[in-house]
Design a protein around this ligand. Structure first.
Ligand SMILES: [Zn+2]
Length: 120
């Protein structure tokens, strides 16, 4: 079973993939890429990678991610200096205490999930 930190990394990767998949579906963006000589074949690979990622964490967490992403765009955001980078609200210090690093925390203001960038 994956640790919380590993699950958060999976969610961050999932979010990056979703952004890339959306870019594939954006015609203005793909026209630009085609003009630069890139092909569209990558989309299937992205979908495949997404499926694999989703399979590594619990369904409930994936659902939570997808619900939040649908509502807010970015479902998981980093915290820096006790500030939620989703809504720029200051987080109570208790949130960032070491015991909470083993939990998936979410912003009380905007509902996005947090992850701690490396080294913080
Ligand atoms: Zn927030």
């Amino acid at each position: 079973m994956a640790t919380v930190q590993e699950k958060l990394l999976v969610l961050v990767a999932l979010q990056d993939l979703d952004i890339m998949i959306r870019e594939c579906d954006d015609k203005t963006h793909t026209d630009k890429l085609t003009a630069m000589g890139f092909t569209q074949e990558g989309r299937e690979d992205l979908e495949e990678a997404r499926k694999e990622l989703v399979g590594t964490i619990d369904k409930a967490l994936v659902n939570r991610y997808e619900r939040t992403a649908k509502r807010l765009g970015r479902a998981i955001v980093p915290i820096t200096g006790n500030i939620c980078l989703g809504c720029f609200t200051i987080i109570p210090t208790s949130y960032t205490s070491s015991e909470n690093r083993d939990k998936i925390m979410q912003c009380e203001n905007c509902g996005r999930m947090f992850y701690w960038p490396k080294g913080s």
